[in-house]
Design a protein around this ligand. Structure first.
Ligand code: G1P
Ligand code: ZN
Length: 541
């Protein structure tokens, strides 16, 4: 097998964002581009003698990228490659495989919920040996390595083994192709009471929309085969390279198929969907959407019903995620940590056993069984709660609000902005608000306005400027930050939270929706209409 070292001119734009490096697919298809990023990862994490897990969400360019990684790893003498059958692996299953096999690291090919296909996006992320997304210090090191990269090493061959389960030798490297679903499904069976859930699903089924993305085979294996759910309740389970031209993003704007199936099967109590790489989840009752911040709070409040969460002591949430879970933590005596946006910040807290449950407003929830968010796991948590309480999701939610009050929450996105102008606008808004502490806004008193700086309590590493946080005491918050995952222009995210406390009567709430009232304060104060000629957000979640 011929090994070649290819000289290149370094690429200067391989800076990972909130979750790996995401770019339009055609950008990745440039000559040497994918190879450059893989070589930068290898240069930082090492490759000779290492064991590496490889798989992706099946989107367009998945196969090609896997082939490149295998050829480069073999040329650079990796000890062992653990590759998913057909190259298909959800992000949570990849995290589990890394841990289960004590691999050195994993490379996951995914742009998560971004659309795929030739005209969509592609992405690569890499996770360390506890299965956790690489922290900022490592992603920065990879970016630095990519900017100085002058060559990469790859072997030339037309004869790689097929991605079918089995053991293969390629030169000095061993390659094991493993079932995408088996180890992960076994893990779920250990974490939950499958007998109880099987019984429950017999009369109160779940509808699950895999959105033609990576969770399809997992849903069929876990809900279908192992929990006995009739497959008619599992929709869009065939993974497609372009997700059937859909948007693999589980949120109300893309829930048409799920809603139609819920209507078709009125006996279903729970509806759920997962994103491109299976780490996000959306849960809903019949015509009753559950906000992810509320979902996280409900899981914490009912952790006694969830076998793998019975020892819950600490929870984590990202800064923009609503404080619904903080109220639960306070009442139940759980420790509560606030981290910047992105799952990578939970890794160290989970490794140190400071938290056993964590989540973010962007439809992400998980526990300490892996180091990624986990869509199917969250659905199994909800099924466990429903089976124990014998109530509908709407009834569970109403009871929760009765006990803890209700944190109204919405995220208002403005897409396609100029990055520099948007960033300056947020800074100016923050400075203006900082001068107005103590002022009244619609019956709310401004108590805090500053950028969120985070210090990791496990190692003292700091991450500054993680979003502008504007507080009106415990009552309300506005958060502003720019997305770190978009691939075309900048997206401004305005997160608004308003706590309707127990016993509080309607007149206390602003006449429009309370989150809309907060969003209007932010919109006007930043003068978005004039600055960007945008009179409303492009998307409200
Ligand atoms: C978005 C979400 C964030 C999530 C990330 C990866 O990042 O907001 O919570 O961790 O996708 O799934 P953003 O585009 O806001 O940087
Ligand atoms: Zn995802």
């Amino acid at each position: 097998m011929q090994i070649i070292t290819q000289k290149i001119t370094p690429f200067l734009d391989q800076k990972p964002g909130t979750s790996g490096l995401r770019k339009p697919t055609f950008h990745w298809q440039q000559e040497h581009y994918t190879e450059s990023f893989i070589q930068a990862i290898f240069n930082v994490l090492g490759v000779r003698g290492k064991t590496i897990v490889i798989g992706g969400d099946g989107r367009y360019h998945n196969d090609k990228a896997i082939e490149i990684i295998i050829k480069m790893a073999v040329a650079q003498k990796a000890a062992k490659l653990i590759v998913a059958e057909g190259g298909l692996l959800t992000t949570p299953a990849a995290s589990h495989l890394i841990r289960f096999n004590k691999a050195d690291f994993g490379i996951i090919l995914s742009a998560s919920h971004n659309p795929g296909g030739k005209n969509g996006d592609f992405g690569i992320k890499f996770n360390l040996n506890a299965g956790q997304p690489a922290p900022e210090s490592v992603t920065e090191a990879v970016f630095a390595a990519s900017k100085e990269l002058e060559s990469y090493t790859i072997c030339e061959t037309e004869h790689l083994p097929p991605l079918r389960a089995g053991f293969y030798d390629i030169e000095d490297t061993k390659m094991e192709v493993v079932s995408s679903t088996a180890d992960y499904a076994d893990l779920m069976e250990e974490l939950f009471d499958f007998d109880k859930l099987r019984e429950f699903l017999k009369t109160r089924p779940l509808v699950f929309d895999a959105m033609h993305a990576a969770t399809g085979p997992y849903a069929l294996e876990i809900f279908g085969k192992r929990l006995g759910l009739d497959e008619k309740y599992l929709i869009n389970t065939i993974p497609l390279p372009d997700f059937g031209a859909g948007h693999p993003d589980p949120q109300p704007s893309y829930a048409q198929d799920l809603n139609a199936a819920l209507e078709q099967y009125p006996e279903a109590v729970l509806g759920a969907a997962s994103d491109g790489d299976g780490d996000r989840n959306m849960v809903t009752g019949q015509k009753f959407f559950i906000n992810p911040c509320d979902s996280l709070a409900v899981i914490a409040a009912n952790s006694a019903h969830i076998p793998c969460l019975r020892g819950l002591k600490g929870i984590g949430r990202t800064m923009p995620t609503s404080r619904a879970i903080d109220v639960v933590a306070k009442q139940k005596g759980f420790n509560c940590y606030q981290t910047p946006t992105g799952w990578k910040f939970f890794g160290n807290l989970l490794n140190a056993d400071k938290i056993q449950l964590c989540g973010e407003e962007s439809f992400g929830t998980s526990g300490n069984h892996i180091r990624e968010k986990d869509g199917i796991w969250a659905v199994l948590c909800w099924l466990s709660i429903l089976a124990a309480e014998n109530k509908t999701p709407a009834e569970i939610m109403q009871a929760h609000w009765q006990t803890y009050g209700r944190h109204h929450f919405n995220r208002f996105d403005y897409e396609g902005l100029d990055k520099e102008a948007a960033s300056k606008m947020i800074t100016a808004f923050g400075e203006d608000m900082a001068h107005r502490i103590g002022s009244r806004f619609d019956n709310l008193t401004l108590t805090h306005a500053a950028q969120f700086d985070y210090t990791d309590p496990t190692n003292g590493e700091t991450s500054r400027n993680q979003g502008l946080e504007i507080q009106f005491g415990e009552q309300a918050r506005i958060i502003c930050r720019l997305s770190g995952t978009d691939t075309r222009g900048a997206t401004l995210r305005i997160y608004c939270e308003y706590w309707q406390q127990i016993g509080e009567h309607e007149p206390h709430l602003p006449s429009t929706s309370p989150t809309q009232a907060l969003a209007t304060i932010a919109h006007n104060a930043m003068n978005i209409s004039e600055r960007f000629d945008m009179h409303q957000p492009t998307n409200i979640v």
